[in-house]
Design a binder for this molecule. Sequence first.
Ligand SMILES: Cc1cc2nc3c(=O)[nH]c(=O)nc-3n(C[C@H](O)[C@H](O)[C@H](O)COP(=O)(O)OP(=O)(O)OC[C@H]3O[C@@H](n4cnc5c(N)ncnc54)[C@H](O)[C@@H]3O)c2cc1C
Length: 469
Amino acid sequence: MNHDLLRTLQSVLGPIGILEDSQDCAPFVEGARYGIGQAQAVLQPRSVEQAIATLAALHQYGASFVLQGANTGLVAGSTPDEGGKQFVLSLNRLKEPVLIDPIERTATVTAGVRLSELNEAAEKHGLFFPIDLGADPSIGGMIATNTGGARLIKYGDVRANLCSVDAWLPIGGAMPLTFGTPLRKNNTGVELKHLLCGTGGALGVVLRATVRLHPLPAQRATALVVPTSAASLMSLLAALERDFPEFTASVEGMSQAAMEAVFRHIPSVRNPFSDGIVPSYVVLVELVSSLSHATLSLTTLLEEWLGEMLENEVIEDAIFGDEEALWRIRHGISDALRHEGKVIAFDVSLPRRYFADFRAWGHAWLAQHYPSVRVCDFGHVADGGLHYNLVAPKTGPGALTAEAIAILRSAILDKVVQEFSGSYSAEHGIGPYNRLFYEKYTPHGVRQITGAIERILMPGIHCGNVHFD
Ligand SMILES: Cc1cc2nc3c(=O)[nH]c(=O)nc-3n(C[C@H](O)[C@H](O)[C@H](O)COP(=O)(O)OP(=O)(O)OC[C@H]3O[C@@H](n4cnc5c(N)ncnc54)[C@H](O)[C@@H]3O)c2cc1C
């Protein structure tokens, strides 16, 4: 390591702010799903001032670094490469007290604050940040990946709930630049805060942000619903949006194979289906409202409505139960699949009209070309999001080589993007894991513009493994 740089970093961060021992660095060099490398050191600023001074030092000495929040990202954007020369700049200690403004319904948070910590502070005011997922990410990482989650149809993604960002860019020097405002109306030209959203740190380092909060629902009604056919799934969705546009928060799809994996491997999750027979496809429907139960019972509303859907043969069954228990099935899938074999994960989205067609094509195509692979898909049906996860044997007959997996991955993504007009990265963003697909599917002109923006905002900065040029 450059000794002058090390001395500067030590004076900024003190001895506890720098990890050099490989064991101490271990949790920071491996991603939640992809990405494993080596770090020169892990840098952990504890204040915005320390973060800015650290960034200035890395910039001055031309050092290469990756930004990291809670390290729950799924495209390898937060972990260093294998060269051992990159620093990890972990912002997970950058936690100043959360400032809640109940009049504006906003929270101002520093980058390292976790989603659960933000919600704990917001709950005292009857508010919450409505991005819901099975991990507990940092706010900086959520902005950088524009996290989606299971309640996107009601509340939108992070971008939709982002008021302003204080970001470090080299042109700002020792001061962060503020993009955006908590104002609800501000029609004054280009909204630059969006550049920071979903770009993995390539266009600036998020230090602090103000996000919009929502009133905590007073009640929820949750049911597992079995559509009569693939076509009736979309009729169910259309009817929900027609009849309860203000209440519909989630419509999460789960295939039989995905649910069976949960019941097999997660003993705390009970199989709620009669005789234990798991239907071929189930959707978890959730309605939420801020109205009190005394004013309106969502459970009664949903029960009666599903009764009509049953009569009209849109669905063949509906199961009500403890909402936490039902959600545990959905949130247990990723974990459970890891016990089943080698998971080949896809985070795609499709126009809703093609959802059933794509699933039908996938089943047939895989049965013909990759008979050892099982489809264990699930996802955010209402927004077209599909975690098209496949499971192959880890070893022995039917196990796939890395090359075979790469060919399979390419074939499926070509189909998604080129024939079904879908996306190869629905909500996890761009990182080294899917960078090649960015190059393949992004129009040349768009890449040129984005690359030019990156060169303007982050000239000469060796930040991260996510690049748009
Ligand atoms: C079990 C599980 C379930 C998940 N479910 C969902 C889901 O439903 N929807 C969804 O969208 N995602 C989901 N994810 C993915 C992941 O949780 C999100 O991408 C998350 O928001 C990343 O936040 P993080 O703090 O962990 O970021 P990290 O993983 O640490 O970093 C992610 C990216 O952001 C960059 N970054 C981190 N901090 C900053 C910063 N301060 N400034 C600029 N760039 C920064 C990193 O360099 C990297 O490129 C899931 C992950 C897991 C493990």
